[in-house]
Design a protein around this ligand. Structure first.
Ligand code: BDR
Ligand code: CA
Length: 306
């Protein structure tokens, strides 16, 4: 089985993406980073998810509790106050590890040199810190799958997607470091990984522990997404993990030089050099079309498991 670290600001869709990652990869650790909701809620959500899915032995590492520079805001209106749709789940018994997330990334990259992949469905602060401490990780990490960036339809500012907006400096560091990277941008998820009302009804009918989990943690996400004009709840992190597992879910990709804007009103915007204007070598593969049916088949299959 492929080996991966799941780097997350665990709220609604992150938890479903973690469920998929546990199906498809040997998850060596879950690393938590500041993003969606209060850090302590993200930690608790990750610990609870692992317990709920009967994987209590997978270690959880605490990472950056704020971005490298600048201010960010948490988005409880998107995911609910605790990030899990306000579901008052029982307190997890499981505890996080003492090792800092960036150190765990560096250590695991040595233990699994050339094999380790990172499923990065959150701001990139932990990975940037790991790289700043030990830049040779670029040669040891096989691949980073990044959920981040928007072409034009920002979900946080007019132009910026949340993960890149929270820590654009970290995103810029990671993109320019020399890793092998695939990016799944926001719009691709909205097009291909939106769960409509009809699909929500089907998930209600599945009636497993997993489907119940999906419905509970994504309750506020669904309401919020519809309130801003999406056709249902949008699942970018789950799509990213599915593409990491089965690359054929990404129907079209382009290899380009990608950077992130750091300034003013456009802070966090993804900058794709479509025409090679900067004469820079491509540093990322960007998914521009995904197979919605295939993604949903994977999701429904996983939710149907006992
Ligand atoms: C991203 O931001 C978070 O709210 C989601 O979990 C996803 O990783 C979407 O912009
Ligand atoms: Ca996320």
């Amino acid at each position: 089985m492929r080996k991966a670290i799941f780097d997350t600001d665990t709220a609604s869709d992150d938890a479903i993406a973690l469920m998929l990652a546990l199906d498809y990869f040997e998850v060596l650790g879950v690393t938590i980073v500041a993003g969606n909701v209060k850090f302590e809620n993200e930690v608790s959500n990750a610990l609870f998810t692992l317990e709920y899915l009967n994987k209590p032995d997978i270690p959880v590492y605490l990472g950056a509790q704020r971005p490298l520079l600048g201010q960010w805001r948490t988005v409880e209106e998107v995911h609910g106050k605790n990030g899990f749709g306000d579901w008052e789940y029982p307190s997890p018994l499981k505890k996080p590890e003492n090792e800092f997330a960036a150190d765990a990334i560096i250590r695991l990259s040595k233990e699994y040199e050339g094999e380790l992949e990172i499923l990065a469905v959150s701001p990139l602060t932990n990975i940037a810190l790991a790289y700043l401490k030990d830049s040779r990780i670029i040669n040891r990490i096989r691949k980073i799958w990044i959920m981040g960036g928007a072409f034009t339809r920002g979900n946080t500012t007019e132009i910026a997607e949340f993960n890149f907006w929270v820590d654009p400096e970290a995103a810029q560091i990671v993109l320019n470091a020399g890793f092998d990277i695939t990016i799944v941008p926001w719009e691709i998820a909205e097009e291909s990984a939106t769960i409509t009302d009809e699909e929500w009804n089907k998930i209600e009918d599945i009636n497993t522990k997993r489907s119940e989990f999906f419905l509970k943690v994504n309750r506020v996400l669904r309401e919020y997404s519809k309130s801003v004009g999406s056709r249902g709840s949008v699942h970018p992190d789950s799509l990213t993990v599915t593409i990491a597992y089965d690359n054929s879910v990404a129907i079209e990709k382009v290899s380009k030089y990608v950077n992130v804007e750091l300034c003013s009103r456009s802070r966090g915007a993804m900058l794709i050099d479509w025409y090679g204007l900067n004469k820079r070598r491509p540093n990322a593969e960007v998914v521009i079309k995904a197979d919605s049916q295939k993604f949903k088949k994977y999701l429904f299959d996983s939710l149907s498991k006992a």
